[in-house]
Design a protein around this ligand. Structure first.
Ligand SMILES: [Zn+2]
Length: 348
């Protein structure tokens, strides 16, 4: 079904209508407050896990797919229940599959098309222009499990951007679905509107989002200023991928990922000086992208504070990498999360 976009900035209208930007730099869906999306550099997301995989000498796609599968199963189930509540008439499974495909395009993850569906048995999707293969495979696996209430396994065949995803019903034990996730306390954070930001006059998204180009046929989002591909991802998926990795590989993966994110952020912000020219502007961009609200206090030392960090480990790396690009040098720093959940980085 065609996705309607804003005539002024091209953002899908449902983003402006259903997503709320908050004063603490986080974003959430009005009718699904546990869903906290953020706008992430697609290449960065893929690359930090590739670099970690090289360090550990182990493939990590299974962790990304499993984190994606469990969280999207949770959100797909919520979407299905909400839609059924609003519509007295029965909605066909095919309609939900269409919604899942539209969602993948709007979030810039890929352009999927259903090529074959046998309810209770199998689903075959042709996917083009994929940002991250295990992320999209897990997303459809979990969404289909929510729709059909039974486990599925997936088979993937293709190159790094295009291919065919086959989901097959799996008659295993009940625990094949994996542990169910429970939403964290994202919804407990203050939800007052983020007012100190310019917005598109028509669809009301912040100007940093309005400058993003959505190609809904291709299922891709590009930042027109940097030319880089962006994906929308939710914080719960990121948290779960990291936790699954730490459980299996050890807690040192948190620190390794923070360091990889730090190096990547430093490279990007160094390559695009205008992104860091004004601290106020950089902070507004991070908040518009849903990463948290950054303040920098320079007094007796330097303290970077990020309210509502999207993930404490990756946010620490990103903020430190950003600040190092501003200063033009690597810095010694100490990171902690305070009782309010704010991320605090002290620079020495
Ligand atoms: Zn607009």
């Amino acid at each position: 079904m065609p996705v309607v976009t804003c005539s002024k900035c091209g953002t899908p209208l449902m983003i402006g209508e259903r997503v709320k930007w908050c004063a603490h730099g986080h974003i959430y869906y009005k009718d699904l407050p546990t869903l906290r999306p953020l706008f992430y550099d697609a290449h960065e997301f893929v690359e930090i896990f590739e670099r970690l995989s090289e360090q550990l000498g182990a493939g990590l796609d299974g962790f990304i797919a499993e984190g994606s599968r469990r969280t999207y199963r949770h959100f797909a189930r919520s979407l299905i229940n909400m839609t059924l509540d609003r519509n007295s008439s029965y909605l066909h499974s095919e309609k939900f599959l269409e919604l899942f495909c539209d969602h993948a395009k709007i979030w810039g993850l890929a352009s999927p098309q259903t090529s074959h569906y046998h309810r209770g048995e199998s689903l075959r999707l042709e996917l083009e222009n994929i940002a991250c293969i295990p992320l999209i495979c897990g997303k459809f696996q979990g969404s289909l499990e929510a729709l059909e209430g039974q486990p599925f396994v997936y088979e993937w065949e293709g190159d790094c951007e295009n291919g065919v995803l086959e989901l097959l019903a799996h008659m295993g034990e009940a625990d094949e679905l994996g542990e169910e996730i429970t939403p964290g306390d994202i919804y407990k954070q203050p939800h007052e509107e983020y007012r100190e930001i310019q917005r598109c006059p028509e669809c009301c998204v912040p100007k940093h989002i309005a400058r993003i180009n959505w190609d809904l046929d291709e299922g891709s989002i590009y930042d027109l200023v940097t030319g880089r591909r962006i994906i929308m991802i939710n914080t719960m998926t990121i948290d779960l991928i990291l936790d699954l990795l730490a459980e299996e590989m050890g807690e040192h993966v948190y620190m390794r990922l923070a360091q990889l994110e730090r190096e990547h952020a430093r490279e990007i912000f160094t390559a695009f000086p205008h992104l860091r020219k004004s601290p106020t502007e950089s902070s507004a961009m991070l908040a518009a992208f849903g990463m948290g609200l950054l303040t920098i206090e320079e007094g007796d030392g330097i303290e970077l504070r990020l309210k509502s960090p999207f993930n404490p480990h990756l946010a620490a790396g990103r903020i430190l990498g950003y600040y190092e690009s501003v200063r033009g040098e690597e810095l010694a720093a100490e990171t902690r999360v305070d009782e309010k959940g704010d991320l605090i980085i002290r620079i020495f």
